[in-house]
Design a protein around this ligand. Structure first.
Ligand code: FES
Ligand SMILES: [Fe+2]
Length: 368
């Protein structure tokens, strides 16, 4: 995106952060204008840790996962040494792809003319290249991308020298204990297409304000709606809902539900013995994809399988309610009647916090 153009559409007044009781929500153009879709990819998604795979998908040497982050093709590979590495899925010859889908291979062989790379990214085989001059294979290894693991989740970051991942998840592991996310087993993945900007989906996730209106069934799960609260950390916020015994399939012992939103697009929904992760991927200004993954402490016993079915079905119902309201809100944001709104101090601190981090990311982009 041309920088001069960027500073024209990004108004200084809109980037200002006011205290929550006085703050306005971000302008509607940020949700509807394709320039902001491009900006989000560049200023946010190319600068943050993005969750791309589970370690279980990369357990054996040669296992690889193909994905893209902020329109960049990425491949994550398990090496002969068992180490995970991420590269641009782009051949150094003329830009061909090394793999088109997830799989296992001894070598990464470009699909265009067959240049062959080792699993550690070194270029090894170059067919019919003996007459090229001043050519050293060592100069043409794959371009690597920073990779990090957190509790069995694999992340990549397109920034050159990103902050360590622990910085973003500070305190999460301790708060969730004794449930250990890395020890849970994968059960199911469900993808949803939502006709709304990714930020509409995140905003909606971040507040319980809408629960009585959008999810009347979900409301019954909370022992006391009024004790529902939001806690804010540097890079995430967490909504805490005390659960009513026996109502939820996964909380026979009561306890708390913890709904983490880690900037910019990852959610971890934790109840004892269960994790549901959501990743929100921007597709266009008015479209996003949401990937749900379910993990449990027991995925094999008959009663566990029954509980999983009930859990997934219930989440699916709630998700459909959320997707529907998000799609309506996207239409509202595109209306000439609306530009900015205000926040409930009691219930929308998480939304305010997310929008503050977004402004911070836009400001950092302008400085660059
Ligand atoms: S582009 Fe990869 S071998 Fe030609
Ligand atoms: Fe909701």
């Amino acid at each position: 995106m041309p920088r001069g153009r960027g500073s024209l559409f990004l108004k200084a007044a809109d980037l200002r952060v006011r205290p929550l009781p006085r703050a306005e929500t971000i302008p509607s153009a940020w949700y509807t204008d394709p320039q902001f879709h491009d900006l989000d990819l560049d200023a946010v998604f190319a600068r943050t840790w993005q969750y791309v795979a589970d370690v279980r998908q990369l357990a054996s040497p040669g296992d690889h996962v193909v994905t893209d982050v902020a329109r960049q093709p990425i491949i994550v590979v398990c090496g002969k040494d068992g180490r995970l590495r991420a590269f641009f899925n782009v051949c150094r010859h003329r830009g061909g792809p090394l793999a088109l889908k997830d799989g296992n291979a001894d070598m990464l062989i470009c699909k265009y003319h067959g240049w062959t790379y080792r699993l550690d990214g070194m270029l090894r085989g170059v067919p019919h290249f003996d007459r090229a001059e001043l050519f050293d294979k060592r100069d043409y290894g794959l371009t690597s991308v920073p990779l990090a693991l957190w509790e069995g989740l694999v992340f990549v970051n397109l920034a050159q020298r990103p902050q360590p991942i622990e910085h973003y998840f500070h305190g999460v592991r301790e708060r969730i204990a004794p449930t250990r996310l890395g020890a849970l087993q994968f059960a199911r993945r469900v993808d949803y297409d939502v006709q709304a900007n990714w930020k509409v989906y995140v905003d909606n996730y971040l507040e319980g304000y809408h629960i009585p209106y959008v999810h009347p069934e979900l409301l019954k799960l909370y022992a006391d709606y009024q004790s529902y609260r939001t806690e804010v950390s540097d890079w995430y916020s967490v909504q805490v809902g005390p659960l009513q015994q026996e109502r939820n399939v996964y909380t026979a012992g009561g306890g708390e539900a913890l709904y983490y939103q880690i900037f910019p697009n990852l959610m971890l929904n934790v109840v004892p013995g269960r994790l549901q992760s959501n990743v929100v991927i921007p597709v266009a200004a008015d479209r996003c994809k949401v990937i749900f993954r379910y993990y449990y402490d027991d995925v094999t016993s008959a009663p566990a399988r029954e509980r999983i079915e009930a859990d997934v079905a219930f989440s699916d119902k709630v998700q459909r309610e959320d997707a529907e309201i998000c799609e309506r809100v996207q239409q509202g944001l595109g209306s000439r009647a609306y530009d900015k709104g205000r926040f409930s101090v009691r219930f929308e601190e998480g939304v305010y916090h997310f929008q503050k981090l977004l402004k911070h990311a836009y400001r950092a982009w302008l400085k660059r």
